[in-house]
Design a protein around this ligand. Structure first.
Ligand code: DGL
Length: 284
């Protein structure tokens, strides 16, 4: 038997290892590859956890779906996977889904659910000119939830909005190994390329967009880009500390798609690089 003491914020946690390793298991969900940007931040803080990555490529892109379709769809997929491969915590690594499904999903699951919302509060604190840009999906830029965040945290700022599915598609293409179309980025961002309309801070309010950070920087080099990935990772770590340890064998990290088609298979090299060696289909 091996044991060790870990101390964090004055709390002493004693963990007993009896043969099996105690690892926490986190399920990360998105419509596509965007959730990998959040997963990266979580894995940085929790490198020993087991991860399951679920993406709903059959109904992608979520930014174009109605709440009536989105809410039951996300709940059904996540519940089905929880029944097969139960995780200790679920992360909705999608702004579009988080702004709509969290209350329903939480009422259906017995494990904690962490969502991601646009980093409006940090952006409002960072801006020097009082003009910030919200770059997200068409759904997220117009959701009442987003309006509420702006009223609450950025009421003294001008919040410019661009809702774009094109950029979501570019991020998917990039991870599938294709070159990013810089003309597309230029076109999408064009309203902000005029000096007097330019924000000094841009919120990447879609989890696909941190995957395009380098390219976005090329188009707008003087702008600060902020996202919620690191904050979500800290939240996941603190929530997991409250979840009781269960002894489990070191399980492998697995990715699930909702449709194992050619497009999903094109993502396998990228999924492998992120540590997901296996891609399975989850059918409802
Ligand atoms: N990655 C997602 C988000 O954060 C959704 C992109 C989409 O499917 O439209 O909003």
């Amino acid at each position: 038997m091996r044991s060790f003491l870990a101390s964090r914020q004055g709390v002493i946690i004693v963990r007993l290892f009896r043969g099996n390793t105690v690892t926490k298991h986190v399920l990360i969900f998105d419509s596509g590859v965007g959730g990998l940007s959040v997963y990266q931040e979580i894995r940085r803080l929790l490198p020993d956890a087991t991860y399951t990555y679920l993406f709903d490529n059959a109904r992608f892109p979520y930014g174009e779906l109605s709440s009536e379709e989105l809410i039951p769809r996300c709940c059904a997929l996540i519940s089905a996977l929880q029944a097969q491969r139960p995780a200790d915590l679920v992360v909705i690594a999608c702004n579009t889904a988080s702004t709509q499904v969290l209350p329903t999903l939480r009422s259906q699951l017995s494990v904690p659910v962490v969502g991601v919302v646009p980093a409006i509060k940090p952006a409002a604190q960072l801006t020097r000119i009082g003009r910030i840009g919200l770059l997200a999906t068409p759904a997220t830029v117009s959701r009442p939830y987003t309006e509420k965040l702006i009223r609450e945290f950025a009421s003294d700022c001008t919040v410019l909005r661009i809702g774009s599915t094109e950029l979501v598609l570019e991020a998917e293409r990039k991870l599938a190994g294709s070159a990013v179309d810089m003309n597309c980025l230029q076109r999408v961002l064009s309203p902000w390329l005029v000096d007097e309309q330019s924000p000094d801070v841009i919120i990447l309010g879609c989890t696909h967009f941190p995957l395009l950070k380098e390219e976005l920087h090329q188009v707008m080099p003087h702008v600060q880009l902020v996202d919620s990935g690191a904050a979500v990772a800290r939240r996941v770590r603190s929530q997991l500390e409250l979840v009781p340890d269960r002894a489990q064998g070191g399980r492998e990290s697995v990715a699930y798609c909702s449709k194992r088609d050619q497009n999903a298979l094109r993502l396998t090299p990228a999924l492998n690089r992120f540590g997901f060696e296996i891609l399975r289909e989850l059918s409802l």
